[in-house]
Design a binder for this molecule. Structure first.
Ligand SMILES: NC(=O)c1ccc[n+]([C@@H]2O[C@H](COP(=O)([O-])OP(=O)(O)OC[C@H]3O[C@@H](n4cnc5c(N)ncnc54)[C@H](OP(=O)(O)O)[C@@H]3O)[C@@H](O)[C@H]2O)c1
Length: 337
């Protein structure tokens, strides 16, 4: 069996597109599992990483294999691994310093993996880890949504939004969401109670006294969100500016804490003016939380939305499609057989 594999790599930031390279397969530590990847999803973070947009938070050596989540099959387990066996069908989101899922193989910590749902295709399973964990952590861990509470989920038709709407409904919330009119049926089927066409309607004019906002847009949309949340309510953003609290908790050096304090001072001012709490979320890998998502999916309480499939050889086209920002649900890369 060849010890080489194909992988989509960059050699420097701002490279126009990743290139398919032939590189050695990864080696495993005692707590790792080697997975033959069958499918991986494209996330906006892949393009941000390629363009060096996350250098304040993440430092990578070059060449770098891109890709942040996957579904595949276990082909080897480290000496200390007990919970997985060769042949297990798994999915996962590796640690941020061990990314590289646009490749035929990955070595990943067993604690970042879960058995994948038996009622999904491998492409559907690959659509879950990053956006599923992000949505669960935003809605359950940070917002702690309670039955009957009202939440706005921005960009309901996107990769995060399509999962977040379903999880918020599971938590018993009333869900408003924004999207284009062509996606109204999709977000309603997922459970959205109130749908706003962001091209024609300003959400901050029509929503009032909300308990929470899950912001996936950042910028002025995030600032507008403070207008609709009750005092004591919460906003979590995955696209807005990290603030000083986040920078400290994330363990960034002092100069970066100061830089984020200055950059996010408008948000801090809005927190003070409105009595609304603002949190930036940088999602974290978790095999345990993925196992919870597997249960929800097998109980048919959550299902992924797949928009388009691309072979690994067409990763540039997949990146262009993602970058256009019009995906409904997830874009999936399929690995060679
Ligand atoms: N911090 C973290 O840990 C973390 C984790 C996951 C994602 N994120 C970030 O979250 C963002 C969303 O990720 P994603 O995977 O959901 O992206 P995505 O799938 O590429 O989002 C595409 C969707 O965004 C919608 N959209 C674009 N502009 C909109 C607007 N102004 N109002 C409402 N909807 C709008 C589009 O709907 P239309 O076609 O109707 O325009 C499309 O459905 C990205 O910036 C990503 O980097 C961060």
């Amino acid at each position: 069996m060849s010890k080489m594999m194909q992988a989509a790599q960059i050699t420097h930031y701002h490279q126009p597109q990743p290139q398919i390279m032939t590189i050695p397969r990864p080696t495993m530590g005692p707590d790792d599992v080697l997975v033959k990847i069958q499918a991986a999803s494209v996330n906006p973070i892949d393009i941000k990483t390629k363009n060096g947009g996350l250098r304040m938070l993440l430092k990578y050596d070059m060449p770098l294999t891109l890709g942040n989540d996957f579904a595949g099959e276990v082909v080897a387990v480290g000496a200390a691994v007990q919970q997985f066996q060769v042949g297990d069908a798994v999915y996962g989101r590796p640690q941020k310093n061990r990314i590289g899922t646009f490749a035929e193989y990955i070595a990943v910590a067993a604690s970042d993996l879960a058995l994948r749902p038996t009622n999904l295709t491998v492409a559907q399973a690959a659509a879950i880890p990053l956006v599923g964990l992000t949505s669960y952590q935003a809605l359950h861990d940070v917002l702690a949504l309670q039955p009957g509470q009202k939440v706005l989920i921005q960009a309901g038709a996107g990769g995060v939004g399509t999962i977040a709407i379903q999880i918020a409904k599971q938590l018993g919330a009333f869900v408003a969401t924004t999207t284009s009119a062509r996606n109204f049926d999709l977000v309603r089927q997922l459970g959205a109670d109130q749908v706003i066409d962001y091209h024609t309607t300003d959400f901050s004019q029509v929503l009032h006294h909300y308990d929470a906002v899950f912001d996936t847009l950042g910028g002025s949309s995030l600032e507008q969100a403070f207008k609709i949340v009750k005092p004591g309510g919460r906003i979590v953003s995955v696209s807005g500016l990290p603030n000083e609290r986040f920078a400290k908790a994330y363990g960034l050096p002092h100069w970066k804490q100061v830089a984020f304090r200055l950059a996010s001072r408008r948000l801090t001012q809005l927190e003070k003016q409105t009595g609304v709490d603002y949190e930036f979320l940088f999602m974290r890998p978790s095999g345990d939380q993925l196992a919870l998502l597997t249960k929800m999916i097998e109980a048919e309480k959550l299902s992924p939305i797949v928009d388009k499939l691309f072979p690994l050889s067409e990763i540039a086209a997949a990146f262009n499609y993602s970058h256009a920002g019009k995906a409904h649900g997830k874009i999936i890369i399929e690995m060679p057989e």
